[in-house]
Design a protein. Structure first.
Lengths: 297, 72
């Protein structure tokens, strides 16, 4: 199976390189009368299926390699698989390229100002970042689909349980408000925290998934507008929601940084894959009580 | 490493404060009102304030991380 996955990755990479070469030769042929911005848009739109396909191929490889990794080593337990860590930092690069350039495109219009750098360069970097994000989305979806990892989401039928304990993890005044708003019963002791905190399962990951899904779908509609006809109202709606998703992601990145800066061992886990046993027993007792059988996410 | 990450976090937070201030000031310009309408103005205001608040939390946590006052 691993050989098949490796072959698929090689095949996916070969197809992507071939597609890239064809797209580049079309763009540099001088046949099309497009300006830089429109030419970049066409390159991006034509590359999208291949970028997504490459993400699927690498996601498959990551899933198959993840199953071979050790789950514990002396004094440590694996919180994330190597595939997740690599995917996390790849999508981070995508964010670092796509978010600031996207914010500038929006703010430039709002403030009615022009940067000293030509606008098409902002778009070019934005498209590169967006392609990396699309690759990562395809990569993670394939990885989770093949491995069956669902530990970052509440299991079916346990949403209220996770939301209730998420409310318990919040500062009391905020937690009570959230509890009232969602009609949660906050009495009794909160449940033990498992591999992931209830903040992560009930709030953080679902909102990441929503914002990423929204920006990907709306971004695809916007990118394809010169390739296939998109009705005006659909394009207007997609553009508006794309900006809304961008603001959501700006907020999500800040919230994520706030959370992990206060929990340095989790930052370490997102680079080394490991957390110390002591940290896991103290902050994730429900995870460690289950023994060492929980798989790294 | 911890201090480098904290310093980068501080820079990111400060950049977001600048962005937030543009959002908030953009909410009150005549240009936005004419071109985008009241809903966009409200969105800019709320988005800007939310970014400002979260960026200040990040700055605070980054500062604590820089000073090594974080849970182990």
């Amino acid at each position: 199976m691993r050989v098949v996955a490796a072959l698929l990755v090689v095949l996916g990479a070969a197809i992507a390189i071939a597609a890239g070469t064809v797209v580049a030769s079309q763009t540099t042929s001088g046949v099309q009368p497009w300006g830089n911005e429109l030419a970049d848009n066409f390159v991006f739109a034509k590359a999208l299926p291949f970028v997504a396909g490459l993400g699927v191929a690498f996601g498959l490889l990551g899933a198959l390699l993840a199953g071979r990794a050790r789950r514990t080593r002396h004094g440590h337990v694996r919180r994330f698989s190597r595939a997740t860590v690599i995917g996390h930092w790849v999508i981070t690069v995508g964010f670092l390229l796509a978010l600031p350039t996207g914010v500038w495109q929006y703010l430039g219009g709002i403030l009615d100002v022009n940067a000293p750098i030509p606008l098409y360069l902002f778009y070019r970097v934005h498209y590169i970042g967006a392609a990396i994000i699309l690759f990562s989305v395809a990569y993670f979806l394939t990885y989770w689909w093949v491995t069956g990892h669902r530990s970052l989401l509440p299991p079916r039928g346990e949403w209220r349980h996770h939301l209730r304990n998420f409310a318990h993890e919040l500062p009391p005044p905020v937690g009570h408000r959230v509890g009232r708003l969602l009609r949660l019963h906050l009495g009794g002791r909160p449940a033990e925290v498992g591999q992931f905190t209830y903040y992560e399962t009930a709030f953080s990951f679902p909102t990441w998934a929503f914002a990423l899904g929204l920006i990907t779908i709306t971004g695809l509609i916007k990118a394809m507008r010169y390739v296939i006809p998109v009705p005006g109202p659909v394009l207007y709606g997609a553009s508006t929601l794309h900006v809304a998703a961008m603001v959501m992601l700006v907020l999500k990145v800040l919230d994520h940084l706030r959370y992990v800066f206060a929990r340095w061992p989790l930052m370490v886990a997102m680079t080394t894959t490991w957390v110390t046993d002591g940290y896991a027993r103290l902050h994730h007792p429900g995870w460690r009580h289950r023994g060492d059988e929980s798989e790294a996410a | 490493m911890r201090r480098v990450v904290a310093a980068l976090g501080l820079v990111w937070a400060l950049l977001n404060v600048v962005v937030a201030s543009f959002f908030v000031s953009g909410a009150f310009t005549a240009h936005t009102a004419q071109k985008e309408g009241i809903l966009a103005q409200l969105s800019l205001l709320l988005g800007g304030v939310a970014i400002e608040v979260l960026a200040s939390f990040v700055a605070w946590q980054a500062w604590r991380l820089f000073r090594h006052r974080v849970s182990e």
